[in-house]
Design a protein around this ligand. Structure first.
Ligand code: R5P
Length: 293
């Protein structure tokens, strides 16, 4: 029997202090459920409101991309410097140690290869698998304007519905077909369609002109895709411009793992994204860290 003496006096009800009601830091995400918010707050840093996702999912349609031939050798050492890891279940299970504390964004659409029409994707991973793998979000490719546009949009809306049952957010990844114009007009269309249909955040490419309009009219966070390898200063400038113009971070692959020093590049990108470091200063940091390694 616990000692009841003094119990009433010891309690502190703080009747004069109103309970704190915290506003969620991510754009357009305030009305989401606790589990969704908790997962998003693991992907996006609540202090900066941004994320540096490391994308290594390329193999799901193009096989062993340059830099990803041996993920155990080339990628695992750089994972600690990323905020989030975006990959397939095959690589997660076979290579990534389950002791990792990194939030996982799991690629759940697939079914095509670079040898065929890429937009002909289906949902390739059950929701039970995402739950089993304890992921923080599920990534679905959406091909606006492509041959299988409708199918890819429905793939996404299905994952939004199923993920919402279990508190797992859906990342819509806007894919651009070879013959489509990569301009702000296209990306406003593509990102807005994904957001209107329920995507919790959206990955899209950077465009030099009017990227801020893409971010402004998308009601949920945007993360910038990296694209093909370009010189380090150009990649850092692109990331800098994207976050300054409204992106909530980046999801970069080749410009990190194909750099001469991926660890240095990832840290330089972090400086740009989380600390608003200017591109030239971030490049200096890249060279310093590269020379130290
Ligand atoms: C491509 O479909 C994948 O989603 C990649 O994750 C994406 O392209 C980002 O990687 P990168 O920065 O190499 O373009």
């Amino acid at each position: 029997m616990p000692d009841m003496d003094g119990m009433k006096e010891a309690k502190q009800y703080h009747t004069d202090i109103p309970q704190t009601t915290e506003r969620f830091f991510l754009k357009g995400s305030n009305s989401l459920d606790w589990g969704m918010k908790n997962r998003l707050a693991r992907i996006f840093n609540p202090q900066s409101g941004r994320t540096v996702m490391l994308a290594i999912d390329h193999g799901y349609f193009q096989g062993p991309t340059t830099g990803l031939e041996r993920i155990d050798v080339n990628i695992l050492p750089i994972v600690p410097y990323a905020d989030t890891l975006m990959l397939t279940r095959g690589i997660l299970r076979s290579i990534v140690p389950p002791t990792t504390q990194k939030p996982i964004v799991l690629r759940v659409s697939g079914g095509t290869s670079i040898l065929k029409e890429l937009s002909n994707e289906e949902i390739a991973v059950d929701i039970e698998e995402s739950i089993r793998l304890n992921v923080c979000a599920m990534a679905v490719q959406v091909f606006i304007g492509a041959e299988f546009e409708r199918q890819s949009i429905i793939n996404m809306t299905k994952m939004v519905d199923i993920g919402s049952r279990y508190g797992i957010p859906t990342l819509a990844v806007t894919a651009v077909g070879k013959d489509m114009a990569r301009d702000a007009r296209y990306f406003r269309l593509a990102t807005r369609i994904c957001a209107e249909l329920g995507a919790h955040y959206i990955k899209t490419y950077y465009v030099e002109k009017d990227f801020e309009t893409v971010c402004a009219c998308c009601p949920v966070p945007i993360v910038m895709a990296g694209g093909t390898k370009i010189p380090e200063l150009d990649a850092l400038t692109m990331a800098y411009n994207a976050v300054q113009q409204g992106a909530s971070g980046v999801d970069m692959g080749r410009n990190i793992f194909q750099a001469d020093s991926p660890i240095a590049m990832l840290q330089a990108v972090r400086a740009v994204v989380h600390d608003n470091e200017k591109p030239q200063k971030a490049l200096d940091l890249y060279h310093t860290l590269k020379n130290q390694s």
